[in-house]
Write a protein that binds this ligand. Structure first.
Ligand code: PFF
Length: 477
């Protein structure tokens, strides 16, 4: 069976499912709602959408085009195009920074969080959330006092999991195992087959959950929260967070879309595909908000709880609602599906490189790269327990990042999403706008001079670099 970098997506639909599957992930259902909550709701949402349109879509088009033109792993595709333009082949480092630093670095902790999701599927199904309310310390109380007491119960549940590194490692291993298994089977028999079943299931579950939120929650309040513009809360930090989230959510700058572009048949339109991917990704993030916030509001819970929104706040609501065990289970299954169709895309760039460069077979490459992500992920697991007080950069005085203790987990997350992603995005925009031959990009996109191509070119050549430089500098100062 043919396998490796030269397989192609078997249809446009298969590619769109795979790319949307990569884009739609924990970033949409876990990260986007909590960031919207932290950064003030609608203003963050609007800024985010502007970044998706003017920075995200152009970079996405650039990655797919460079990938298809190169037809190889991210590192080698970038190298090939640099050589074709008679420029320094070291530009390939942006492919390397993405595939290894970004892709494997991100996968290492993505899998740890996805592991928590797997553990929560079981908790939800076993009725653990309803148990919070039934606890004698809660049942005797009403109103705010009951809410406060149930919160202690829910926090105890997630903290209990954090306190057991063995259990976290088990779920982390299970999740990486699934990821390696799918990727090892190749593009057609592995990635494509998985997304063809999983993506329709994901959309279906999401719609069921929004229906449930409409019926059982404070839907109108959630709509106002997400869509009524209020710019009083916008700060420089909001803007940096929004651009980071746009790259994260569209799976940009870590090699994924370069790799997926390499398997893209020539007759599939890149600009239309990019539009569909970005629109679906944004729609899922907003719909996820409309599935989550109504439940949170219905119980007077707070929306600005950061990452614990999903693991601490939401279970409280599920525990109290009619049918909460079923819908809670469905919710965590939704998250798991979203996570696995993304994690396979995080592993693919490194695997395709090992295959190509080292001549390793696909199984070996997948186990090797997945194994590396698993081991690095242990640093994140221990950041929640054994090493919670260990600040690896403490010796140079870094003990806090954005108000969080600078554990391994915080540092890896910060390096990937606040350094590698914005800087990688900047380098990619410069590469696509200034280094690669303009004609090569136009030819590969199959677009006539002027029109869409011209708008794209101005955006990657001038707008993306200028905006990203401003954001990076303001983020560092
Ligand atoms: N886009 C994914 C999400 O929103 O969860 C995360 C991700 C996947 C980022 C793949 C980057 C990537 F290459």
């Amino acid at each position: 069976m043919a396998s490796g970098p030269h397989e192609q997506w078997s249809s446009r639909m298969a590619f769109i499912f795979a790319a949307v599957g990569s884009a739609v992930g924990l970033g949409n259902i876990w990260r986007f709602p909590y960031m919207a909550g932290e950064y003030g709701g609608s203003a963050f949402v609007l800024i985010y959408i502007a970044f998706v349109l003017f920075i995200g879509v152009p970079v996405l088009m650039a990655e797919l085009t460079i990938g298809r033109r190169g037809g190889m792993s991210p590192i080698n595709s970038v190298k090939k195009l640099a050589k074709a333009a008679k420029k320094n082949p070291r530009w390939s480092w942006i492919g390397g920074l993405g595939s290894f630093g970004g892709g494997l670095g991100l996968l290492s902790y993505y899998s740890v969080i996805a592991g928590l999701v797997l553990a929560y599927i079981i908790k939800a199904a076993m009725g653990v959330f309803a148990g919070f309310w039934a606890d004698p310390s809660v049942a005797a109380l009403t109103g705010d006092a009951a809410n406060a007491a149930v919160r202690v119960q829910s926090a105890g549940e997630i903290n209990g999991l954090f306190g057991e590194p063995g259990v976290m490692i088990f779920w982390h291993l299970v999740f990486i195992g699934f990821t390696v298994f799918i990727v090892a089977r190749g593009i057609n028999a592995g990635l494509e087959k998985a997304v063809t079943y999983l993506m329709p299931a994901l959309f279906l579950i999401l719609l069921v959950l929004v229906g449930y939120a409409m019926a059982a929650g404070e839907f109108a309040q959630a709509v106002r929260y997400l869509f009524e513009p209020d710019f009083s809360k916008v700060t420089g930090e909001t803007v940096l967070a929004a651009v980071g989230q746009a790259f994260f959510s569209l799976s940009l700058t870590v090699g994924t879309m370069l790799a997926y572009g390499a398997y893209l048949p020539k007759n599939i339109s890149i600009h239309k595909s990019a539009g569909i991917i970005a629109a679906s990704d944004t729609a899922v993030a907003l719909i996820a908000g409309l599935a989550i916030f109504p439940l949170v509001f219905a119980y007077g819970l707070e929306v600005d709880q950061g990452p614990s929104l999903i693991f601490e706040t939401l279970p409280i609501a599920f525990g109290a609602m009619p049918g909460g065990a079923i819908f809670g289970t469905l919710f965590f299954i939704l998250l798991a599906i979203a996570a696995i169709t993304s994690s396979i895309s995080l592993l693919e760039p490194a695997v395709s490189y090992f295959e190509e460069k080292q001549g390793m077979n696909r199984w070996k490459s997948a186990i090797f790269a997945g194994g590396a992500a698993f081991v690095i992920g242990l640093l994140s697991v221990f950041s929640y327990n054994e090493w919670a007080d260990l600040m690896p950069l403490g010796f140079v005085g870094i003990t806090e990042v954005n108000g969080n203790p600078a554990t391994f987990y915080t540092l890896i997350d910060f390096t990937v999403s606040s350094i590698i992603m914005p800087v990688g995005g900047l380098l990619l925009a410069i590469f696509a706008g200034w280094v690669v031959l303009r004609e090569d990009m136009r030819d590969e996109m199959g677009l006539p001079e002027g029109g869409i191509f011209k708008i794209w070119h101005v955006l990657v050549k001038y707008v993306c670099p200028v905006v990203l430089i401003i954001i990076i500098i303001s983020g560092l100062t």
